[in-house]
Ligand binder design. Sequence first.
Ligand code: NI
Length: 262
Amino acid sequence: MTFIDSHSHLYLEEFSADLPQVIERAKLAGVSRVLLPNIDSSTIKDMLRVADAYPGYCYPMIGVHPTSIKESFEEELQRVEDELSSGRSYIAIGEIGLDLYWDKTFLKEQLIAFDKQIQLALKYHLPVAIHSRDAFDELYAALLPYKDTELKGVFHSFTGSEAEVLKLLAFEGFMLGINGVVTFKNSTLWQVLSAVPLTRLLLETDAPYLTPVPYRGKRNESAYLRYTLHKLSEVYQKSIEEVARATTENTVRVFGEGVSKV
Ligand code: NI
């Protein structure tokens, strides 16, 4: 049985001391692939170094995270375009989106950057990994013009209401990325999932963040994805193997056959 970590920042300094062991534990736990969402121009080099060290196992994305959208956002976007036209292979545009939790100062710029990166996704026929925090209405409005396009992707780290989930599921090419949050004792995400068929879920860690119980508070790593998988197997009352198989198929549907080769 194998499954895919569709969102993991294994290139951050939290892993610089023991990445080979982290990868080894991921493989032993059953993680068959790890997708690496970029953050901004400062992380590309480290991300590509990890992707090159583990070819066929770690797949890089390219994009600018909304919390990195500031005065110099146009240079950040240019770097994304340069990478896309460089011939280097990227599996998706990510992570991109809107984040109004930390700071609303650059909302206008965040909206411009989000739209621009969606257009790049369409131009290069790539899926998008979308981050949204305290910005559901703005995000929904920004995505609506693309509802009937070929745009596909994942709403990464989904934590919203049932009404919100239904609005997002109407985007047929999109999945919800579920991580350790679903294992938190105070989370009601598992209830919201009753509105979500298993055909629309992806597994992700968002490592080094959002560590599942029983390691909550510690550094997250891809091997811990099995705790999220176990929780989903309880929530859906399906076997662990079935949830692993379904989420792997869903990941291939969004990110392409490239992530399915064994
Ligand atoms: Ni992330």
